[in-house]
Write a protein that binds this ligand. Structure first.
Ligand code: 6PG
Length: 236
């Protein structure tokens, strides 16, 4: 595990954008494509906006989501919908493998598992992502894996229907099993509100039930925490 610290979210996003392009070019050169699992929330939006101005053979990049809210695409809670305006309309790709967010969560989760299976890396029925982007909530949740939820899940996707904070309840999430097969995983974490949880997740005791972010441990890949000064102020 590597922790990379930045003064603020601008510097973090700039570094992440540059690293994203490098990683993508390398994957494309080696394997002909770059499979990325995107995260929602507010933190990565600067990165997405920045990436829209970068040069890359976007036709070789395949976009998936680590989680999505089951609301219509034009609802501000839909991550794909938000990203359409700041990113997808600008790069003009068709390789968008998104959650069918107007379905009921259970059906959407099932349909998404099918989407993943189309890119499967044997022996799994899902792809080995070249990069997984994740955020972390103040409570230690990541993607839509929330505190108190089941730790060991055999399926690649789950439907989430419980209420958490003020966010839409109905969601689809990939499971830790899928994330942990990735070649590279980046957590992007900024802001003072996350400092305490971040310390507990990184330096505290293992408590996978309470801190879903701790469930993310790549089996054969790199885990990088990109954090700003405010979020990292209790880590030392
Ligand atoms: C989503 C996410 C979620 C998010 C965290 C952090 O809600 O779409 O995937 O897990 O990454 O809640 O969100 P912020 O970046 O807004 O703090």
């Amino acid at each position: 595990m590597l922790i990379k610290r930045f003064r603020n979210s601008e510097e973090l996003s700039q570094f992440a954008a540059k690293s994203f392009i490098e990683l993508a070019n390398k994957a494309i050169a080696e394997r002909g494509r770059f499979l990325i699992s995107l995260s929602g929330g507010s933190t990565p939006m600067k990165l997405y906006a920045q990436l829209a101005n970068e040069t890359l053979d976007w036709s070789r990049v395949h976009f998936f989501w680590g989680d999505e809210r089951c609301v219509p695409v034009d609802d501000p809670g839909n991550t794909y919908g938000v990203m359409r305006g700041i990113f997808f309309d600008k790069i003009g790709t068709t390789n968008i493998h998104r959650v069918e967010s107007t379905l009921e969560p259970a059906s959407a989760a099932q349909a998404y598992a099918h989407t993943l299976s189309g890119f499967a890396d044997a022996p799994f029925d899902f792809p080995r992502f070249d990069l997984v982007l994740l955020g972390m909530g103040d409570d230690g949740h990541t993607a839509s894996l929330f505190p108190g939820s089941q730790v060991e899940i055999a399926s690649a996707t789950i439907a989430v229907t419980a209420h958490y904070q003020d966010r839409p309840a109905n969601r689809v999430s990939l499971t830790a099993k899928v994330f942990n097969q990735a070649r590279e995983i980046w957590f992007l974490v900024t802001g003072a509100g996350k400092a305490e949880t971040l310390r507990n997740v990184i330096k505290g005791e293992r408590n996978l039930e309470l801190y879903p972010a701790q469930r993310i441990q790549p089996v054969n890949g790199n885990l990088i925490w990109m954090i700003d000064e405010a979020a990292g102020r209790l880590l030392n």
